[in-house]
Structure formats: C-alpha cells, structure tokens
Design a protein around this ligand. Structure first.
Ligand SMILES: Nc1nc(=O)n([C@H]2C[C@H](O)[C@@H](COP(=O)(O)O)O2)cc1CO
Ligand SMILES: [Zn+2]
Length: 161
C-alpha cells in the first residue's frame, strides 16, 4: 500500500480557508468578511459573508461608509457571523467553533453567545481599539466563549476556476 499524502491542509487551514473563500462573495467594497461554523467533530455546519438581507438589492442599497445613517451601509449590512448563524438550518450550534476572518463586533458577540458557540478562531482584528470590539471581548470573556487568533502557516493555495 502506498503512503498517504503528507502535504494535506490542516483542519484550521481548511476551515479558515473556507471562511476566507466565503468572504470573496461579499459585495462590500471596503471590508469583506467570511465565517464558517464547525462542529466539534470537524463538520462544517454553516457559512456566511457580509451583505444585505434577502430582498435588499446589492444595487439599490448603499455601500458607502459616510453620510447619514439612512444613506450609508451600516444600518443595512448583515455581518458574516450573524449570516452564518442564521443560515444554519440544522438545530443547535451548541459547542460549535466559529472561524471568522475579522474579529466579531458586539452585536455578533451576543448572537454567538446566545447560539451556544463556544470557541472563535479569528484572523484579522483591525477594529480591536473600537468600543464595539472591546465590548465584544468583554461579553465573550464573561460568557466563557474562548477566542484564539488564527496562526498563519504561510501556505499559499491557488485554485483554478
Ligand atoms: N466582524 C465583522 N463582520 C462583518 O461582517 N463586518 C462587516 C460589516 C460591513 O459590511 C463591513 C465593515 O465595513 P467597514 O466599516 O470596514 O467599511 O464588514 C464587520 C465586522 C467588524 O466587526
Ligand atoms: Zn458583527
């Protein structure tokens, strides 16, 4: 019998890779975020990326960051993490792990905690000094949801589509 391949991707590379691939579906011109929710036996339960809710056209709603709240994207975008939680149709997310390409905000932290997700693996944390992320970490710590920074391996993956 031949030996097995040695250069297969790790679980963390696989799930963070899926989160990053999901982010590529986002129409947000400034920040694209992807999320992947995984069971403790390594099964992908759900995925999501940031975008407008169903029925709210990507072409009609605003993508800008400035201007009145009614006229910019922030009232309308669903974050990747919330989309991944809401996309799940299978029952409970109790004990699951969330892989996400950007640290969750306070609103997503509430949904993460209430859904039963127990662990977060995140990549970027570019808004770490904002009240939203500081409040998020405060709630996650209080609720006992663990969070770890994804450790980049340096592996580059090219997929021809
Ligand atoms: N964790 C997150 N998940 C997300 O899906 N988002 C989304 C909401 C917006 O569509 C975009 C952030 O826009 P900007 O302020 O960087 O131009 O990313 C934002 C965060 C940040 O907390
Ligand atoms: Zn959020």
């Amino acid at each position: 019998m031949s030996d097995k391949r040695q250069d297969y991707i790790s679980w963390d590379e696989y799930f963070m890779g899926v989160a990053m691939l999901s982010a590529m579906r986002s129409k947000d011109p400034h920040t694209q975020v992807g999320a992947c929710i995984v069971s403790d036996d390594h099964k992908i339960l759900s995925m999501g990326y940031n975008g407008f809710p169903m029925g709210c056209s990507d072409d009609d709603f605003p993508w800008c960051r400035e201007g009145e709240p009614y006229d910019n994207k922030y009232f309308y975008t669903t974050h990747s993490e919330l989309n991944a939680i809401l996309n799940y149709r299978g029952g409970s997310l109790e004990g699951a792990t969330l892989y996400v390409s950007l640290f969750p905000c306070n609103e997503c932290a509430k949904a993460i905690i209430q859904s039963g997700i127990r662990r977060i693996v995140y990549d970027q944390d570019k808004y770490e000094h904002t009240p939203a992320v500081m409040a998020s970490k405060r709630m996650l710590r209080a609720a006992g949801v663990e969070f770890y920074k994804y450790e980049h391996t340096g592996r580059e993956i090219t997929i021809s589509l």
